[in-house]
Design a binder for this molecule. Structure first.
Ligand code: HEM
Length: 506
């Protein structure tokens, strides 16, 4: 310990020592993934602490107060350096493109440069307004078609649930953002390739020779990149959403070639797909696993539709305002299945004060800071003794006059129950608060409505009630978790819903 221990300044957050010096925490993180932060929080109850990972200092904010403090100091606790690193290692940006990215990377010279302009000029397209409405409409125009043949007529059909939902949801999302010539529409094989790449992104970023050590993942990445480059060259983005058109305009105006602008979209596809697809799966899974909850949510949704002999119209604005238990279920899924731990680099020594605590610590230049959202989401001192159980009712607000789909404001829903307003962290906070949250939540609510109205599910093996899978084991880098293994289900149409076509309206 003496030989290898970090020299910690008394103003820094307290250090948590590992039994094995120097690499003990590294070993535990590799073994337990992000769950290790939950374990440390439960063992030591420190709202912010320091870990030694080899030669590296890593500060971990483990309470809403300190997570908020980290995100408040975004000028010196920075995100963009990590994005540039990912663009090089995961998305293979060339030298010229990296120079373009590095121009005003830390936003110290005003609001020019590709990173600042994407943030200021592109993300507003994802906020409520005409552009978001068009993306939602594009999504709704495709979604019912994707599920219309499932268990059609009097027959039942066996499917693997995650495998069934994943491509259909992903293809529809891609259509909404990237238009009719999106890469999945032109080559459906790429949908599979994308997930292969997304599963292996951590290891290939760390490997010095991924084409040898992780050949399949590397090939999957290259296939997706080549298709996106072609998409750019063919000017297919001119038929995409306003958001994507603006991204191409900003990227090329700042000096990226069209080819590299296309390649950069692979990073956007991560934002679009990797969290929303498993989150939708879990909402559907938890609902079908609890018949009581399912029937209450169905009753809410049934009030949001108009149904004629052959057609049912689902009104999205009603789903947003009249389905408090559905919204609460989405929130609870994100609380329990979204370990959205953010990482920041300490660009220069920073003194931070826990919001509302009055306590101050110093963070040293060159270190990393993790905001451990999963530890906050699992904390019994925040959520009560049932923090480790799935209970949508903790977010339930039956009489809310303006129940909104903006789950980032879910804090509002729980303030009344004395929960800290920064305790719901699934979409992050501060200037990097997820801009796609409105689109994501509308997508999840729409798919859930479609599934629970039309179908009944049974466990295909036992023919008994649907049993949800477990969460996959935790990893070092994790978004919304996926199931540990897929579940085979028997799907039947609910009586009265066999021969209906579904449409969505706002
Ligand atoms: C359930 C689904 C989603 C979850 C849980 C989620 C979560 C998050 C979180 C936690 C962050 C902040 C990361 C950080 O601070 O380090 C983030 C950022 C971001 N998300 Fe999402 N997200 C979801 C869906 C989406 C969708 C559908 C889109 C696009 C349409 C999207 C686009 C983005 C972008 C572009 C950023 C970066 C923002 C910035 O750099 O300032 N996300 N997301």
């Amino acid at each position: 310990q003496k030989l290898f221990a970090l020299q910690i300044d008394s103003r820094e957050p307290p250090i948590l020592k590992s039994k094995i010096p120097y690499i003990g925490h590294v070993i535990n993180l590799l073994q337990y993934g992000q769950d290790y932060y939950v374990y440390l929080d439960q063992q030591h109850r420190k709202p912010i602490y320091t870990l030694q990972l080899g030669p590296q200092r890593v500060y971990v904010a483990s309470s809403p107060e300190w997570c908020q403090a980290v995100h408040k100091n975004h000028k010196t606790l920075v995100f963009n350096g990590l994005v540039a690193h990912a663009m090089e290692k995961a998305f293979l940006f060339d030298k010229n493109s990296l120079e373009v990215m590095n121009n005003n990377l830390y936003l110290t010279e005003g609001s020019h440069g590709v990173m600042a302009e994407v943030h200021d000029q592109c993300y507003p397209f994802l906020l409520p307004g005409q552009s978001l409405d068009s993306m939602n409409y594009a999504f709704f125009s495709q979604l019912p078609k994707q599920f219309s043949s499932l268990a059609k007529g009097e027959i039942s059909e066996k499917v693997r649930l995650f495998d069934y939902i994943r491509p259909r949801f992903a293809i529809t999302s891609m259509y909404a953002l990237y238009g009719p010539k999106n890469i999945f529409a032109l080559n459906p094989e790429l949908e599979e390739m994308f997930w292969l790449f997304s599963e292996g992104i951590g290891p290939i970023m760390a490997s010095p020779a991924p084409s040898i050590t992780h050949r399949k993942v590397d090939q999957a990445r290259r296939k997706c990149m080549a298709a996106l480059e072609q998409y750019a060259k063919d000017e297919s983005w001119k038929e995409a959403s306003g958001f994507i058109q603006k991204r191409f305009e900003v990227a090329t105006r700042n000096g990226l070639t069209l080819q590299m602008a296309g390649r950069a979209e692979l990073s956007m596809m991560f934002g679009l797909l990797v969290n929303t697809v498993p989150a939708s799966f879990w909402v559907i899974s938890f609902l079908f696993a609890d018949q009581h909850l399912l029937s209450e949510v169905r009753a809410e949704i049934e009030k949001c539709i108009r149904s004629d002999a052959g057609e049912a119209t689902i009104y999205i604005s009603r789903l947003k305002s009249q389905c408090p238990l559905l919204l609460a279920t989405i929130r609870e899924v994100l609380r329990t299945a979204a370990p959205m731990n953010a990482i920041r680099v300490v660009k220069e020594e920073t003194s931070i004060t826990g919001v509302g605590t009055g306590e101050t610590h110093v963070l040293k230049q060159g270190s990393f800071v993790v905001t451990a959202a999963n530890a906050v989401h699992a904390s019994a001192s925040i959520w009560g003794p049932g923090a480790d159980t799935f209970d949508p009712r903790r977010f339930y607000q039956p009489s809310s006059p303006d129940a909104s789909l903006d789950l980032a404001r879910a804090a509002q829903a729980v303030i009344s129950r004395k929960v800290h307003p920064g305790a719901f962290r699934a979409f992050g906070s501060g200037i990097n608060l997820c801009p796609g949250r409105h689109f994501a939540q509308t997508e999840i609510a729409a798919l859930t409505a479609l599934m629970v109205l039309q179908f009944d599910l049974k466990d295909a093996l036992t023919r008994g009630p649907y049993k949800p899978p477990k969460f996959e084991p935790s990893k070092v880098f994790h978004g919304v978790v996926r199931p540990d293994k897929d579940v085979e289900v028997t799907v039947t149409r609910r009586p009265g819903w066999q021969a209906k076509d579904f449409v969505f309206e706002m």
